[in-house]
Design a protein around this ligand. Structure first.
Ligand SMILES: Nc1ncnc2c1ncn2[C@@H]1O[C@H](COP(=O)(O)OP(=O)(O)OP(=O)(O)O)[C@@H](O)[C@H]1O
Ligand SMILES: [Mg+2]
Length: 384
């Protein structure tokens, strides 16, 4: 096990700077998950860490040792790629044993390590097969097994499950989570999958265009995103963001107007001053909106709209609603959905679940530990 530290690391390919002065602390024995849109530099970071690319500037430390001049083989890391990259002419056993043979370990040590890894991954019965005789999930296990036998300081995973169907993915995710507990080895894990990121990560690092936007525990990022980019990126269905105008302060709440001219009242705990000359953005997650057809009985903030699309997934679903000005909101429903396109609905907005951002998308509250909006809804509609 070892910590991995990136200090002011930059990487350019020809004249374009892909990684821009990144500082990152990957803690010993923990799982750090890198997420971000395609092309933001996640794989490049893994390649820099394991030495397949050389940084243009900055230092990379593994276990407090600067490894800038250490070739990949000397860094003691194991990388698992999305394409399993198994040797087709070798059996599962030979694939897993290969790196150990190169290191000239004794035959009985190699056998012991390979069979132990095969047992952990439940592929003992497959060790004599060739990769072409395996399913995708089994191949993926062999690729992970090949990494485990090397007993590395850290595992680097680059979207290891993205070739699998959703059922297998779920199963492998569960098994990786167990493996993480069992091995207690440092992991750096790149994924586009929210569920993988949220369940495997001790820390999630959200990247955009070669810089880190925010890092923190999964729930810190979910509860306290520093900007609209992170707010929309974290969460299995994107946060709704609507431009709002500040109207006025009441005694203990601030009133904002949506483009539909409807108003929401938010009670703030930390005395932030709003200005009528500035623009703001209101964020609300699909899971934090209540929906009711016909005559609504919500207290507090209500919005009226028309269902444009309903997606019924059985136990849950999504309802897409258009407000009177044409702006759209997505709502997650916890039960199967009866609303149909064209139905009028009333939406209840839970004030304490709302987020506020400035015009540039920065959270108005910066990085905060607790959600800044109070748990009360300003219930007296007459105040609006
Ligand atoms: N060897 C290279 N030469 C030139 N450009 C490169 C090279 N490797 C990567 N890039 C560029 O660097 C950027 C980041 O690539 P990278 O593979 O790190 O993205 P990523 O975040 O892993 O994306 P994805 O989610 O699609 O895998 C991309 O614009 C890519 O085209
Ligand atoms: Mg990649």
């Amino acid at each position: 096990m070892a910590s991995i530290v990136l200090k002011n690391v930059s990487k350019s390919f020809r004249e374009s700077e892909i990684i821009k002065d990144i500082n990152l602390n990957i803690e010993d024995g923990k799982c750090t998950v890198l997420v971000g849109p395609s092309g933001c530099g996640k794989s490049t970071i893994l390649r820099l860490i394991c030495g397949l690319e050389e940084a243009s500037s900055g230092d990379i430390l593994i276990g407090n040792q600067c490894v800038n001049d250490v070739p990949p083989a000397g860094r003691g890391l194991a990388i698992v790629f999305q394409s399993y990259a198994l040797y087709p002419h070798m059996t599962v056993f030979e694939n897993m044993a290969f790196a150990l043979k190169v290191r000239k370990l004794k035959k009985d040590v190699i056998e012991e390590r390979v069979l132990e890894a095969a047992k952990i991954l439940k592929i003992e019965h497959l060790v004599d097969r060739k990769p072409k005789e395996l399913s995708g999930g089994q191949r993926q296990r062999v690729a992970i097994g090949r990494a485990i036998v090397r007993n590395p300081y850290a595992f680097l995973f680059d979207e290891p499950l993205s070739n699998l169907d959703s059922g297998l993915r779920c199963q492998m995710r569960y098994e990786l989570a167990k493996l993480k507990e069992q091995l207690q080895t440092t992991m750096v894990y790149v994924t586009h999958d929210q569920a993988e990121a949220m369940t495997l990560a001790d820390k999630i690092v959200v990247m955009r265009d070669g810089v880190i936007e925010q890092e923190g525990s999964p729930l810190e990022l979910y509860n306290s995103p520093v900007n609209t980019f992170v707010a929309k990126f974290i969460g299995s269905s994107e946060m709704n963001i609507i431009g709002v105008k500040f109207i006025k302060n009441n005694d203990d709440s601030s009133v904002f107007e949506l483009p539909s001219r409807e108003k929401v009242s938010l009670r703030l705990e930390n005395g932030v001053k709003f200005s009528q000359s500035k623009k703001y953005q209101l964020g609300i997650r699909p899971e934090d909106i209540e929906i009711q057809s016909g005559n609504a009985v919500f207290m507090g903030n209500k919005l009226n709209g028309t269902v444009s699309l309903s997606e019924n997934l059985g136990g849950e679903g999504y309802i897409h609603v258009t407000l009177t000005d044409g702006s759209a909101l997505s709502i997650k429903a916890q039960k199967s959905i009866s609303e149909q396109p064209g139905d009028s609905v009333c939406l209840g907005i839970k004030a304490h679940k709302c987020y506020l951002f400035d015009e540039q998308g920065r959270s108005i509250f910066g990085t905060y530990k607790e959600h800044p909006l109070s748990t009360d809804i300003a219930e007296n509609a007459a105040n609006l």
